[in-house]
Design a protein around this ligand. Structure first.
Ligand SMILES: [Zn+2]
Ligand SMILES: [Zn+2]
Length: 270
C-alpha cells in the first residue's frame, strides 16, 4: 500500500467527489492517508472525512490546526480562544497531528493579490500551536514557503519537547534538509520531485535518509507529471513514489513499504 501523508480531501474541490476520490485512491493501492486541515472548520471536516474513510477500510487520520494564511483569524482571547477549540479537537482519537501550521513568507501582508497575515502574527500563531502539540504529545505538520531560517530558528527552541513532525512539501536545499533532519524531523515530498526543473528537490529527496522520508500529494494542489496542471488527488501518489524510489535504487514496492511504515509510526496509525 501507499500512504499519502498530506492531502486535503474534505476541502474544495475534492470534497464534492469524496467517494470517487477514495475509490480511485483504492484502485491505485493508496489505502492510507492523513487528511490535512488549515483552519478550525476544515479541522472538523477533516476529522469527519477520516472517519468515513476508515469505514471504507482505509487507514486514515486527520489533523487539526490553523495554516499561516489563516493566522489573522486566530483568536488569543482568555476564554474560547482558537487554542481552546483546537485542544478539544486534539482530544479526538482520529486527530493524529497538529497541522498544517508554519510560516508562509510568500503570502504575508505584502502579497499584492492575496495578502496574508504579517510575519510576526504568523509566528505567534505558529508558536501557540507548537505549544499545543507539546501539551497534547502530537506531532506537527509544518508548512514552509520561503521561511527556512525563521522556521528552523523557532522549531529549534522547542526541540526535545515536540513529538517530532514533518516539514511537508519539501522544496528547500540539501543544506536545509540536513538541518531539518538534525532536528529529528521528517521530510515530506510531493509531486514537485517529478517537475523537470526541480533538480534541487530531487537532490534533497536523494539526500534524505529512508527512515525519515514521507511521500504526499498535497492534493488538490501540485499534481505530479504527467498530470501537472490538473486537480491532484491521492491516486496520483505512485508517480511521486516511483520518482523517489529510483533515486534511492529501490523497487516501488520496497519504497511504498518503507514510507508507509514511516507515516504510520510518526502519526501513530495502524
Ligand atoms: Zn502546506
Ligand atoms: Zn497542504
Amino acid at each position: 500500500m501507499f500512504f499519502d501523508s498530506h492531502c486535503h480531501l474534505t476541502a474544495t474541490p475534492l470534497a464534492a467527489d469524496f467517494e470517487g476520490v477514495l475509490n480511485r485512491a483504492g484502485e491505485s493501492d493508496v489505502t492510507g492517508f492523513l487528511n490535512i486541515a488549515d483552519d478550525l472548520a476544515s479541522s472538523l471536516a477533516a476529522l469527519q472525512g477520516a472517519a468515513i474513510a476508515r469505514q471504507h477500510g482505509f487507514v486514515a487520520g486527520a489533523t487539526a490546526g490553523v495554516h499561516p494564511q489563516h493566522a489573522q483569524d486566530y483568536h488569543f482571547a482568555a476564554v474560547n480562544s482558537t487554542t481552546d477549540a483546537l485542544r478539544r479537537l486534539c482530544a479526538c482519537r482520529d486527530i493524529k497531528a497538529v497541522g498544517e501550521i508554519g510560516l508562509d513568507f510568500v503570502y504575508d501582508e505584502t502579497h499584492p493579490q492575496h495578502p496574508g497575515a504579517p510575519r510576526d502574527v504568523q509566528e505567534r500563531v505558529f508558536r501557540a500551536q507548537l505549544e499545543l502539540a507539546i501539551e497534547t504529545s502530537l506531532p506537527v505538520v509544518i508548512h514552509n514557503r520561503e521561511a527556512d531560517e525563521a522556521l528552523l530558528r523557532v522549531v529549534a527552541e522547542y526541540q526535545g519537547r515536540l513529538a517530532g513532525g514533518v516539514f511537508h512539501c519539501f522544496g528547500s536545499s540539501v543544506e536545509v534538509a540536513r538541518r531539518v533532519l538534525d532536528l529529528g524531523f521528517h521530510l515530506g515530498f510531493t509531486g514537485l520531485v517529478t517537475f523537470k526543473n526541480a533538480e534541487s528537490v530531487r537532490d534533497a529527496a536523494r539526500f534524505c535518509s529512508l527512515d525519515r522520508l514521507l511521500i504526499e500529494t498535497d492534493a488538490p494542489y501540485l499534481a505530479p507529471v504527467p498530470h501537472r496542471g490538473k486537480t491532484n488527488e491521492p491516486s496520483y501518489l505512485p508517480r511521486v513514489a516511483e520518482t523517489i524510489a529510483a533515486l534511492h535504487g529501490l523497487s516501488i514496492e520496497e519504497f511504498a513499504e518503507v514510507t508507509t511504515q514511516n507515516a504510520k509510526r510518526l502519526f501513530g496509525l495502524d
